[in-house]
Design a protein around this ligand. Sequence first.
Ligand code: E4P
Length: 214
Amino acid sequence: MKIFIDTANIDMIKEINSWGILDGVTTNPSLIAKEKTDLRTCVKKISEIVDGPISAEAISMDAEAMIKEGKELSSIHPNINIKLPMCTEALKATKVLSSEGIDVNMTLIFSPHQALLASKAGARFVSPFVGRLDDVGQDGSEMLSQIIAVFRNYDIDTEVIAASIRHPMHILEAAMFGADIATIPYDILKKMVTHPKTDEGIKLFLADHERSKK
Ligand code: E4P
């Protein structure tokens, strides 16, 4: 499973990239606003750090404007894909952008039906929001597994990005289902590294090493 970081924070991206495990980055308008930056500047900086897909989200709400915005954003760097919010206008824009070689990441996916339509329109990625579905008392992981099963049935090559990840169990489930990618917030990536038994083991090995020198 590929690992993306879900942030617009440049320092966090640099740090995780230095681990040698980072395959790409997703941003969204909320993440951009949190960093008090603008989308163009931010994705340009990210493209200088990470060699992999970078999602930049369009904010237009009609197909023509989405296409225009998508073309402008994708001209910043070849690794940039255009995030469009799932709706009929986004399907139309996806058809055009994808036929012109511009990758689309259909975002705000909450059902297999939406994912299927996005893939048929030519989206390279779909982003099911697992955590936000859990938030309203539905099963986000179940929705993710259904999308993966449907795509497998028909050999659909649209990549599934497990998004809106809230805890390490979401990542484990995504990997067990066979999601292509998980886009993960910084603090959860940090949690993936550690285990109390690992920390305990390191302490013990170092203490034993010190003792053996005496
Ligand atoms: C996906 O690309 C989105 O940026 C993201 O995962 C949204 O997650 P949230 O529900 O934590 O805002």
